[in-house]
Design a protein around this ligand. Structure first.
Ligand code: URA
Length: 425
């Protein structure tokens, strides 16, 4: 096989042959294809795209670069959720114990956050003692006994993706639907789940802000799931405004626990319940997730999940040493609070990382004291900025310049509906 022929073929707009795809993914993962050659092929895919069956084969080769877990031993239907990432998106923390409390097993193999959206593992690591690292045997045992696991993906889960994603990151080839879809779905399919719900975010804080592109990504991933025997559906959900009232690691854990205790902000509860219903439906379980939140069953599973990974669910969470408030400049209705700006502010306060080896602060973040639709008075605190490093505050404040609008005439907020669309069988 000649890698230059493969690059030329895609450059000229042809479908790659199955044996070319298998060979390329295996050889690149093994280090037998140079980064510059793989970069050229990735850029050709960005421009030329992939046929559906070609993409299914590409994804299959990525899965086959490692091991596909076998979760048949857990004794319950397995169903997972993947979000394309958003600001204040702590849904996984609530959804995993909630859907487990309704009778499913939820294997959430997660990654860390990069850029302005937080990572689920970073959030949970704010809990004293909690560790993301579990052996496959321990993960399966926790799924069987507790029902939910959120842990770090092991090194053998789609290793081709790890190499390709790192290369895409530095070659301007991340933003291509076939490459995003195969990257996400290879990891999720390799995890061994029977069913999968995708939360594809739309709006300024989303990875793909445009609704048409988000819909195309959702359709592509749903088709890839089906091609690999995983029942898959997607909800397109709003990410023009941050979800809930917090963005930042410990802050988001506290808010998630409020929802598990039967409270919490309405938008967060609504998106979580919509995803929970979708997951239970794909898993073939008839149960009311709202009841499992209200009667404390989801909280019981949360506590067991945290304890199973060394965490103390009763330990106080760390709090930031400095809190600065941003006041409302005028009286009126808050009509807009831009998700991306809040995410960048939280990131600059220390909640997120720019490179994957950077540490994150458990305490840094933003608390939103008002959300679109709320009446505010001039001088009233709108946002709290939390950090342990006050010299980070000026850049966080810069990110919030122009991030919100207040309308004195009392007009309606300009936000998207929370659940925009559903794609799936
Ligand atoms: N997340 C992934 O896992 N892969 C991508 O390509 C983009 C987002």
């Amino acid at each position: 096989m000649d890698v230059v022929d493969i690059i030329r073929s895609k450059r000229d707009g042809h479908r790659l042959a199955d044996d070319q795809i298998d060979w390329f993914i295996e050889a690149y993962t093994a280090g037998a294809v140079a980064d510059e050659q793989a970069s050229a092929l990735l850029m050709a895919i960005v421009w030329r795209g992939m046929e559906p069956d070609e993409l299914a084969r590409w994804t299959a080769a990525m899965i086959a670069s490692g091991t596909r877990l076998d979760l048949t031993g857990v004794g319950r239907p397995t169903v997972d959720k993947h979000s394309t990432g958003g600001v204040g998106d702590k849904v996984s923390l609530i959804l995993c114990p909630l859907v487990a409390a309704c009778g499913a097993a939820v294997p959430q193999l997660s990654g860390r956050g990069l850029g302005h959206t937080g990572g689920t593992l970073d959030k949970l690591e704010a809990i004293p003692g909690w560790s993301p690292d579990l052996s496959t045997e321990a993960m399966i045992a926790t799924l069987r006994d507790v029902g939910g696991v959120i842990c770090a993906a092991g090194g053998d889960l789609a290793p081709a993706d790890r190499k390709l994603y790192a290369l895409r990151d530095v070659t301007g080839t991340v933003e291509a639907i076939p490459l995003i879809a195969s990257s996400i779905m290879s990891k999720k399919i390799a995890e061994g789940t029977d069913a999968l719900v995708l939360d594809v975010k739309v709006g300024s804080g989303a990875f793909l802000p445009d609704v048409d592109l988000a819909r195309e990504l959702a359709r592509t991933m749903v088709e890839l799931g089906a091609a690999h025997g995983v029942r898959t559906s997607a909800l397109l959900t709003a990410m023009d405004t941050p979800l809930g009232r917090t963005a930042g690691n410990a802050l988001e854990v506290t808010e998630s626990v409020e929802v598990l205790a039967g409270g919490g902000p309405d938008d967060l509860v609504e998106v979580t319940l919509a995803l929970a219903r979708e997951m239970l439906s794909l898993a073939g379980i008839e149960a009311d997730p709202a009841a499992a939140l209200a009667d404390g069953r989801a909280m019981d599973v949360w506590r067991a999940m945290i304890a199973a990974q060394g965490g103390d669910p009763d330990a106080p969470l760390p709090r930031a040493g400095h809190i600065e408030t941003v006041p409302a400049p005028a009286d009126g209705v808050l009509t807009r609070l831009d998700a991306r700006s809040v995410g960048i502010a939280a990131w600059r306060l220390g909640a997120g990382r720019a490179r994957k080896e950077d540490p994150v602060s458990p305490t840094a973040g933003v608390v939103m004291l008002a959300k679109p639709g709320d009446d505010v008075r001039a001088g009233q605190p709108l946002l709290e900025l939390h950090t342990d490093e006050p010299d980070r505050l000026p850049r966080a404040l810069d990110a919030l310049d122009g991030a919100f609008s207040i309308d004195a005439s009392g007009s309606e907020p300009e936000t998207l509906p929370l659940v925009i669309d559903r794609i799936g069988p």
